[in-house]
Write a protein that binds this ligand. Structure first.
Ligand SMILES: N[C@@H](CCC(=O)N[C@@H](CS)C(=O)NCC(=O)O)C(=O)O
Length: 236
């Protein structure tokens, strides 16, 4: 056990992209599922930085919140080849590392910014989508749903497909040959919130053949596949 602890409620929810990152990075962790009745006490303790979950406690006892931050941090930790040849302390292998060796988090700053751009783009879409989840009035909920799936999402998916196509004609991942946290974020939005954690390709991607293949490609990364198959089954 590496000593990482991830805290979240029962279910995939906002923590699942962190769990996918732990799986892809092959970092062991304790998947702490806080019972809802215990949450007020944990929140009041002041330990979660923003009074929210997910948060992690690192082996050094440091605490980090924000799902995107945690996901990227874990990808960076799991993505270093070996500390002794990390580009920051071994300039002679910098270009080699940049060009071919990264796993999950690119060493090149422009590639990293590209992964961040895609991740932030998914967050924008998620913010629009979450209005459906939070609306209590059924009539308004239906209106928001129609607007999201009819008007908001399709042109965004066109843009994501074009971004995917920028590298290797869209036959790989968002940064080309290697999986990164950008792919994990995009996959999680559809697998978690549309396919309800099942392996099916969600219908929303149907008109975007490159995105359909990308979804399958991410799902078929052995570490991702293994986690998706063994994780606890839940509605959310
Ligand atoms: N931006 C944050 C949002 C975190 C968030 O909204 N967490 C919710 C659960 S998904 C939460 O902790 N709700 C309980 C509360 O606020 O008391 C992230 O991405 O981690």
């Amino acid at each position: 056990m590496s000593g990482y602890k991830l805290y979240y409620f029962q279910g995939r929810g906002g923590a699942e992209k962190c769990r996918l990152a732990f799986a892809a990075a092959k970092i062991e962790y304790e998947d702490v599922r806080v019972p809802i009745e215990e949450w007020p006490k944990e929140k009041a303790s002041g330990r979660p930085p923003f009074g929210q979950m997910p948060f992690i406690v690192t082996p050094e006892g440091k605490i980090l919140a924000q799902s995107g931050t945690i996901m990227k941090y874990i990808c960076k930790k799991g993505g270093s080849i070996h500390p002794s040849i990390h580009p920051s302390n071994c300039p002679s292998v910098r270009s080699l590392v940049r060009s071919s060796f990264f796993r999950l988090c690119p060493a090149d700053s422009l590639d990293e910014a590209t992964a961040d751009m895609i991740t932030d783009g998914v967050t924008d879409v998620f913010q629009q989508f979450s209005k459906i989840l939070y609306e209590k009035d059924e009539t308004k909920k239906e209106e928001i749903r129609k607007e999201f799936y009819g008007t908001t999402l399709p042109p965004r998916l066109e843009k994501f497909e074009a971004l995917l196509k920028n590298r290797d004609e869209g036959k790989g991942f968002f940064l080309g040959e290697k999986l990164s946290y950008a792919d994990i974020t995009f996959f999680d939005f559809f697998n978690n919130f549309h396919s309800k954690g099942k392996e099916d390709v969600p219908g929303e991607l149907e008109k975007f053949p490159l995105l359909v293949e990308h979804y399958k490609r991410v799902l078929n990364v052995p570490e991702i596949k293994e986690w998706v198959k063994k994780r606890p089954v839940s509605e959310f």
